[in-house]
Design a protein around this ligand. Structure first.
Ligand SMILES: O=C1C[C@@](O)(C(=O)O)C[C@@H](O)[C@@H]1O
Length: 255
């Protein structure tokens, strides 16, 4: 499996990397949130721009993004505008998504961008091409807040992301029973042993899914999201606790 290097962080090897989301609603609150999040020493920070009240104003988003980049310094920055139908906070058109992501990539402010697999195949193609031109890494993603699809379907989505040129593949699903969590972990293991050329992230959301957020090193999931000031999805635990648990699992699996 390839290792993806972003600044000083290597994704796809060692302890799963901890990504902390920024979820503030205003630029002022973001400044405070960033200072708190930095204290947690995240491997990466995700800005969930859909959480910003003015997230539907392209120029404002780009301006705020430049401030976030500045404030983060050497910490890798992932830009995400989560669509409404995949759990985001703002209902916007797919053409807004396309224009916003294009402007974000052209700005070169973030190190990585999240592109949703199901935003539309022509949009995905154009954005991936643009990101490659500008040397911005792509995390391609898919979220199911209702259920956990069949194993073959989850593998199929991850492989499709890889074929579409993603640097990192990500799927987050909602378990309705513990068997769903175990299936998600089995999908990760199959990806690791059989299909994955690129690092991937597999998440079972909600309380039941906790195992998937800490077991990445055992099954090949390369990164995990932990909350700083505010969680960005159900089931996220605090980054500090997450780091501790990941460290203990790492230690005991090596000794
Ligand atoms: O895709 C993901 C994963 C996530 O949904 C989670 O379950 O931790 C949190 C989101 O902020 C991120 O974009």
């Amino acid at each position: 499996m390839n290792i993806v290097s972003v600044k000083n962080v290597q994704i796809g090897t060692g302890i799963p990397k901890v990504i902390i989301p920024l979820m503030a609603a205003t630029a002022h609150e973001l400044k405070i949130e960033i200072q708190e999040v930095k204290k947690e020493n995240p491997d990466m920070v995700e800005w969930r721009a859909d959480a910003l009240i003015e997230g539907d104003k392209l120029e404002t988003v780009i301006h705020v993004l430049s401030e976030i980049k500045e404030a983060l310094g050497e910490i890798p920055l992932l830009f995400t505008f989560r669509s409404y139908k995949e759990g985001g906070q703002k209902e916007t058109s797919s053409s807004y998504y396309m224009n916003l992501l294009t402007a974000v990539i052209e700005s070169k402010y973030p190190d990585l961008v999240d592109i949703e697999l199901f935003i539309g195949s022509s949009i995905v193609k154009r954005l991936v091409k643009k990101a490659k031109e500008q040397q911005i890494m792509v995390i391609m993603s898919n979220h199911d807040f209702q259920a956990t699809p069949a194993n073959e379907e989850m593998i199929n989505r991850l492989v499709t992301m890889q074929e579409a040129g993603a640097d990192i593949l990500k799927i987050a699903v909602m378990p309705t029973c513990i068997m769903d969590v175990l299936r998600l972990l089995a999908v990760a293991e199959t990806m690791k042993t059989t299909y994955a050329k690129q690092p991937f992230i597999t998440i079972a959301m909600g309380q039941m899914g906790l195992l998937s957020r800490i077991a990445g090193e055992m099954v090949g999931s390369a990164a995990t999201f932990g909350s700083g000031k505010q969680a960005s999805a159900p089931g996220q635990i605090e980054a500090e606790e997450l780091k501790y648990l990941l460290g203990r699992l790492h230690y005991h699996s090596k000794n």
